[in-house]
Design a protein around this ligand. Structure first.
Ligand SMILES: [Fe+2]
Length: 454
């Protein structure tokens, strides 16, 4: 994943959160200090919301059941609207769906991270429901169930692995989750509250899964969360139990629960799904991509490559400077390179990009090609959605075994350690940046097995 860069780059206002995310992900020497600063700032800014947990913890389970019923009813209304011919509510076109999947990627690529710090407390039975949630986020060490790997593979299949051009605040929610995961001892009540919010089934998850399938995009990552976040026995109920089991008796009870509620409010950190969807502007995204391509391609075309009588390198030099995109796109249309409002394959420019024989094959990634495609067809009729049908999944031959070199090294390190040290080492290998590697998956399986045997 291209989410990491050199940590020695000083943060600027423009990439402050991305930089912080990377520092926390990599665990640089100052990471704890940065985590505390971020969490204290966000907690100071939290404000009560409409769907906050009840003031009385005894009402938590009833509150959760009501919330789930409301979401179920709202989803039923949505499906009725769609059945009556109503438009998609989230994604106007496939490019917008890919825009959304990229924008939430920094969060999804650290899925579960807020619970990592609890792995140190494997002996505390009250934390068992939360550790179970963490292990399930990690697929219990099975690569085809590890949520981060599933999201990485989804992005890879769509050709959307490079995450350049994301707004800086897309990294904020992920940074928050990494910070909570680092500082479990200091922010345990807030983690319980955050987890309580994150594991409730939201309406946007249901709509996202439904509309991705319509656009022929594998919704598995999202449908998986619909089943595991259920209010009956799933993560939502485990999250509730986690809070109730850890609430202290006596004078501290109220103060602890107040912190749980503030932690819950952290779920609203960063742009939510609707805000992200509103940001999507196909023309602006297309201009951004053209500018990026022009920065690389401005000197690469021979002089005889011309558009509207002008050298292509001159067009690209303008685009790289950030102007001339409208004229360039207009020239493509006027001079027969693009037939807007028709299937993309009828455009010469499109045929330069698509197909292995195409001379510009590989220049645009999956998201960038989809932007161009949707701009060319300019009409949903030509982008008629096909309902996603899941192809049978190949069994991953790469399922790691202890014979893999990395795993073998870990086994050697574990040999001779006492139970406490072993669990500490396994917990380290289950950190957000490691748990999806062969050794991380191996460590997760071993940790889960030990925990189940206690
Ligand atoms: Fe997850």
């Amino acid at each position: 994943m291209n989410t990491t860069t050199d940590c020695s780059i000083p943060p600027t206002r423009r990439d402050h959160h991305r930089h912080l995310y990377q520092r926390l992900w990599q665990g640089d020497p100052d990471a704890d200090r940065h985590a505390d600063a971020l969490l204290d700032r966000l907690l100071a800014d939290t404000a009560p919301g409409d769907s906050d947990p009840p003031e009385d913890p005894a009402a938590l389970e009833a509150w959760m059941a009501t919330g789930h019923r409301r979401v179920g009813e709202a989803y039923r209304d949505y499906l009725d609207q769609r059945a009556r011919g109503g438009p998609r509510r989230f994604f106007q076109c496939r490019a917008q769906a890919l825009y959304f999947l990229r924008a939430i990627a920094p969060t999804k690529l650290v899925d579960g991270a807020w619970l990592h710090g609890l792995t140190r407390h494997w002996q505390d039975s009250r934390l068992r429901p939360l550790l179970r949630i963490y292990l399930e986020e990690l697929g219990d060490g099975q690569p085809d169930r590890n949520h981060v790997l599933l999201y990485q593979r989804l992005l890879a299949r769509l050709g959307c692995e490079t995450l350049h051009g994301l707004d800086d605040d897309c990294y904020l929610q992920g940074a928050l989750q990494l910070a909570l995961g680092r500082r479990a001892d200091r922010y345990l009540p807030e983690i319980l509250g955050f987890n309580l919010g994150y594991e409730q089934l939201p309406l946007h998850l249901l709509i996202t899964a439904h509309e991705l399938a319509e656009l022929n995009i594998d919704p598995h990552y999202f449908t998986l969360h619909i089943t595991i976040d259920n209010a009956d026995v799933g993560h939502a109920r485990q999250a509730c139990r986690g809070v109730l089991d850890l609430l202290p008796e006596g004078d501290d009870r109220l103060a602890f629960y107040r912190r749980v509620r503030r932690g819950y409010a952290l779920n609203g950190t960063g742009p939510g799904p609707r805000a992200l969807l509103r940001r999507f502007d196909l023309n602006r995204e297309l201009e951004r991509v053209l500018r990026r391509k022009a920065e690389v391609g401005r000197l690469l075309h021979p002089d005889h490559c011309r558009l509207a009588g002008r050298r292509l390198n001159d067009w690209l030099a303008d685009l790289a400077e950030g102007h001339g995109a409208d004229d360039f796109l207009l020239a493509l249309q006027r001079h027969g390179w693009v037939q807007r409002g028709r299937p993309a394959t009828q455009s010469r420019f499109w045929n330069l990009l698509e197909g292995e024989q195409a001379s510009m094959f590989g220049v645009f990634d999956g998201y960038e090609r989809q932007l161009l495609h949707d701009w060319i067809v300019d009409d949903a009729a030509f982008a008629a959605p096909r309902r996603f049908r899941r192809a049978p999944r190949p069994r991953h031959a790469s399922t790691p075994t202890p014979t893999d070199a990395e795993c073998r090294r870990l086994e050697e390190r574990l040999t001779g350690l006492g139970a406490r040290e072993q669990m500490a080492l396994l917990g380290e290998m289950m950190a957000p940046r490691r748990h999806f590697t062969p050794a991380g998956l191996f460590a997760t399986r071993r940790y889960a097995r030990t925990l189940a045997g206690l």
